[in-house]
Design a protein around this ligand. Structure first.
Ligand code: GDP
Length: 302
């Protein structure tokens, strides 16, 4: 299944949610292009957890374009709404920058959001692209974190660098950087312990990791991906804002889009944070992670 079908299947719950409580998008786009239409569109977007601010801005933008483009039918308005959503979500480079050898991708996010699973899936995809991948288990706070990552490394057939529980995360990153150079790895995927209860701690830790990368792998292409659980809806957005303040995020991975009734959160996150969603998690399987495509997402939602 391609991204569109997966996302479409994944957004079934979002759509059911909307049609159970309010108006389905399908009903909506079968009526007249009048004030009721805009009210109902707003209601549907809010039910999809797009958030009040983002919803109002999107609908306002649609009204403006409908005027400018002399749009008369709801079918044209639907197509226009897809463009409005796509534009709102197009806020940066949508793909990973892996232009150097090695390139480094740092993963942050609270426990349970699907961070380990995402690293495993991306490792597997990159391996399939014939890249040499190294996983780095820098979440040393829980023994389980390195164990889980090891299982994913085995499943994906990629190498892993780890130390004992309680080790200094920056030391594990140092090991991974050395190994990446020695083994001529293409990509290093680093798992971190993203505890949010103490932002200062998190910042200190990420800064320390960052300095090791600066020193050991100067000029390498670097990404910091925040992994967020779509099922947490607006809470995910609050989490994202806090992480953004603590770390320079270059992209979002939105997991569990298959199990949520709140798919609209993807729009709010990209628009309000100004950070692109780069991947969508649409299941627990190794292939259930898709590069995010805003236009297809908008089509699937609306
Ligand atoms: P971590 O604590 O952030 O490393 O989270 P894990 O990677 O251990 O994932 C937590 C749970 O979420 C596991 O049961 C995963 O199988 C599940 N999970 C991760 N990504 C997805 C996804 O895209 N869809 C679904 N349905 N489950 C997911």
């Amino acid at each position: 299944m391609g991204f569109f079908d997966k996302i479409k299947a994944g957004l079934t719950r979002t759509k059911e949610n909307i049609s159970n409580i309010g108006h389905s998008f399908d009903q909506l786009f079968a009526g007249e292009l009048d004030d009721d239409f805009y009210d109902e569109l707003e209601e549907s977007l809010i039910l999809a957890d797009t958030g009040m601010d983002t919803t109002l801005e999107l609908v306002e933008e649609l009204r403006g374009r409908v005027r400018e483009e002399h749009i008369k039918t709801v079918e044209e308005a639907r197509e226009c709404m897809c463009r409005v959503i796509t534009d709102a979500m197009t806020v940066g480079e949508p793909t990973l920058n892996l232009s150097t050898k090695p390139a480094v991708v740092l993963f942050i996010g609270v426990n349970g959001v699907g961070k380990t699973t995402t690293i495993g899936k991306i490792g597997h995809q990159l391996k399939n692209e014939r890249k040499k991948v190294l996983l780095c288990a820098a979440d040393t706070f829980r023994a389980a974190a390195a164990e889980q990552l090891t299982i994913w490394a085995e499943r994906s057939g990629v190498e892993i660098i780890k130390q004992h529980e309680g080790a200094d995360p920056a030391a594990v990153v140092f090991d991974a950087a050395s190994a990446a150079k020695a083994r001529r790895a293409d990509v290093v995927l680093i798992d971190t312990a993203g505890r949010l209860h103490n932002k200062q701690n998190l910042m200190n830790e990420l800064n320390k990791i960052s300095r090791v990368i600066d020193r050991e792998l100067p000029d390498c292409a670097r990404e910091t991906l925040l992994v967020l659980d779509a099922t947490t809806g607006q809470n995910g957005l609050i989490q994202a804002k806090q992480f953004k303040e603590a770390a320079g995020i270059t992209g979002i991975v939105l997991t569990k889009l298959d199990g949520t009734a709140k798919g609209g959160i993807a729009i709010a996150i990209a628009k309000e944070l100004g950070v692109p969603v780069k991947y969508a998690g649409v299941g627990e399987g190794i292939d259930d992670l898709k590069p995010f495509d805003a236009a297809e997402f908008a089509q699937a939602l609306i």
